[in-house]
Design a protein around this ligand. Sequence first.
Ligand SMILES: [Zn+2]
Length: 296
Amino acid sequence: MKLLNFKATSHRTTPASIGTPVRSAAMESLIEQPGPIEVKTVGADWRANLSGLLNLKDPKAVKAGLTDRKEPIQIYTHVVRHPEHGFFLVDTGVSRRLVEDPASVGVGLMLRKYGGISDMRPTQSTAEVIAAEPSPLKGVFMTHLHLDHVSGFPDIAKDVPIYTGADEAEAGLFLNIVAQGTNNHLLSGRPPLEELQFTGDPDGKFAGVNDVFGDGSFFAILTPGHTIGHVSYLARTATGTVLMTGDVSHTRWGWENDVEPGTFLAEREPSRQSLLALKALSRRHPDMTVKLGHQA
Ligand SMILES: [Zn+2]
């Protein structure tokens, strides 16, 4: 659906000041080795239509008898700690201020009406997640710029750097008609979005891989489809490697059955290819912990 070319946000962007494009083989050669990152995941209960989360027209979904319903899911923020670079978030979780008074933090009328905000149940507001860390928040790595991923921004200080995939802000999508005003409000007064750089993968496994801190501990993987600039992240911890897929797969059933998201996506075929690429990665490295977009 490309009737109109609305951007996800008209907020300014700039190439990220950190991160180096690398080939996927460089990342994969390290996956079995313990690393220095710590990851802690905080979830807020939510629910959404299964037809958005999962392609119910896929033959496997039809065969399993899946039909549309309200599916219980979670909205996550992942606390990522690096011993030298400090404390970061992957996606933003949920700010209680946004749930209690969405208009006051700039959520537009359409999203207030249809965005499911009143169903968001944060046990820990993003402000509490940040306050619980002994050091200041150094940056936020976004998988993409949908409401359920930017919903913690009201609790994040205005000077904190925000990293996205290249072209995430510019990506034209009809849905952005409702999202753009809200994203602009949530991003207003903040520095330009820092776009992580990708130059393709000489090994042909992914659309691109970026070594974010330059020490092989934390990687961004370009996984387009759900949105044009969607990014997944991979962290090497002392107890093994953790893959944060973002909305390459919202649901556990979709991940286990190779079925891509439903109506909540920009382009179906790239979305499916990104899912299959991450599934193949997890098969090559079966000990890796996989954290999905919206289910455990
Ligand atoms: Zn999502």
